[in-house]
Design a protein around this ligand. Structure first.
Ligand code: PLP
Length: 450
């Protein structure tokens, strides 16, 4: 790590052929970024190479998606082959074999009973699809009054109107004024006073699931369609659920006929050392949204996994009638299916869907070694997700977090920040030496930005 850092040339030597005016960047402070762009030019295994020629270790698997590491030739070859064979096929009233193969392969690794697969192109589309399936399912089953959707504070469910509405990140909602009506939120479970530095799942807070009972009491169960939660919220800097919380949410949903949706866009495909968070927590939702790791981040793709109950409940009308008036031009895109199948092959051959389990303890202890450094108010971990929360600097929320992002990047570590927390989720090919390198750079940065 030290060698790599001392080899760094002058930072931010951006080739002057790159003009930055036209590209309006997503979720980015554009004007600030363009003064000193952080650009990657290539990637291999655990590392990005920045345009100024430095090796930057990927502490975030891209955006929580490159689970098998970068530059996987098997995926590239499958994509190239597919493009040359069948570049596109319509998926409305038509199909292609690979879509069925891919769905079968996903069903094989799905949590018990969640083996009906609807394809999308992103996490946001998966979320909006799952919400719409929930509404359509109830309507098809004579319960059209079930229209209310429940999210949770500090949840992130993408950027569609559905996902933004059930989402609970204030900044993501505030700018848009009008969102879906009939949406409520249960409280988040982040509790520094009771659970800071919990190394295992937090002890306190399972009772927060009872917020759902309060909403049932307020509105009537017959008005509530579904509850959506991330089993472990990622974008709000890794908030592992209190012990027993998800089980309790499942019980309340069952009691009142409410569908439970797990948004596993981040936690899916091995992040917690099990194929899905549903396996990790032993709680099976009715619908599960995925994306990201489904193709190792290579080709946009997402999938909603549905239970037999939900799927079969939609297959009740006349046979010649479309059951779900929903889908995308690029649902089950042949190239995405090829990339996805190649990705699942790699996950299987290299045991990546469970590899995190053997590293989780090392990961946890490495992260918790940072306890006691300046401004560190919490350290959280679950599987191969982790976060370090820092106190805001003089009340300026996010300023210290931003400095951490820049400082780490300059010293060879890419990670995500949310407010004043830094979050990490390395590719699942990570070795202990990589963890040491990440934590060493992180620790130095924490001291530097103090
Ligand atoms: N849901 C969760 C839990 C996510 O973390 C994300 C993205 O980070 C999304 C949905 C949205 O996915 P996408 O950016 O692919 O639309």
């Amino acid at each position: 790590a030290r060698q790599q850092r001392s080899a760094a040339v002058t930072l931010h030597q951006i080739p002057n052929t790159i003009k930055t005016d036209s590209y309006w960047m997503p979720f980015t402070a554009n004007r600030q970024f363009k003064k000193a762009p952080r650009l990657f030019s290539s990637a291999e295994g655990m590392y990005y190479t920045s345009v100024d020629g430095r090796q930057v270790i990927d502490g975030s698997a891209g955006l929580w998606c490159v689970n098998a590491g970068h530059g996987r030739k098997q995926i590239a070859a499958a994509v190239e082959r597919q493009l040359m064979t069948l570049d596109f096929a319509p998926s409305f009233q038509m199909g292609h074999p690979l879509a069925f193969d891919f769905a079968e392969r996903l069903a094989e690794i799905a949590p018990d009973g969640l083996d009906r697969v609807f394809f999308t192109n992103s996490g946001s589309e998966s979320v909006d699809t799952a919400l719409k399936i929930a509404l359509a399912y109830h309507r098809a089953n004579g319960q059209a009054s079930r229209t209310r959707l429940i999210g949770r504070e500090r949840g992130y469910h993408g950027v569609g109107f559905g996902g933004t509405s059930v989402g609970g990140m204030v900044a993501n909602r505030r700018a848009f004024t009008t969102l879906l009506p009939g949406v409520d939120h249960i409280r988040h479970t982040h509790d520094l006073a009771r659970n800071a530095f919990a190394k295992d799942l937090p002890e306190h807070g399972a009772e927060l699931a009872d917020d759902l009972e309060r909403l049932v009491a307020l509105h009537g169960a017959e008005t509530i369609a579904a509850v959506i939660v991330e089993p472990v919220p990622g974008s709000t800097a890794v908030l592992p659920p209190p012990k027993g919380y998800l089980q309790r949410l499942r019980e309340i949903c069952d009691k009142h006929g409410i569908l439970l949706i797990f948004d596993e866009v981040i936690t899916g495909f091995g992040r917690l050392g099990t194929p899905f968070a549903a396996n990790f927590f032993g709680v099976t939702p009715d619908l599960m949204t995925t994306a990201k790791g489904i193709t190792n981040g290579t080709v946009p793709c997402g999938a909603v996994f549905a239970s037999r109950k939900v799927h079969d409940g939609m297959m009740t009308g006349p046979e010649n009638q479309i059951e779900l008036f929903h889908g995308y031009t690029y649902s089950a895109h042949p190239v995405a299916c090829a990339a996805g199948i190649a990705t699942l092959d790699i996950y299987k051959d290299e045991g990546l869907l469970t590899r995190g389990a053997s590293l989780a303890e090392y990961w946890r202890d490495a992260l918790h070694s940072l306890k006691g450094l300046p401004n560190v108010v919490d350290i959280r971990n679950c599987g191969l997700m982790g976060a370090v929360e820092l106190a805001p600097r003089n009340g300026a929320v996010g300023a210290r977090g931003y400095d951490m992002l820049v400082e780490c990047f300059n010293n060879g570590l890419y990670l995500r920040t949310g407010g004043d927390s830094v979050a990490m989720s390395p590719p699942l090919i990570v070795e202990k030496s990589h963890i040491d390198q990440m934590v060493s750079i992180l620790g130095d940065a924490i001291k530097k930005v103090a």
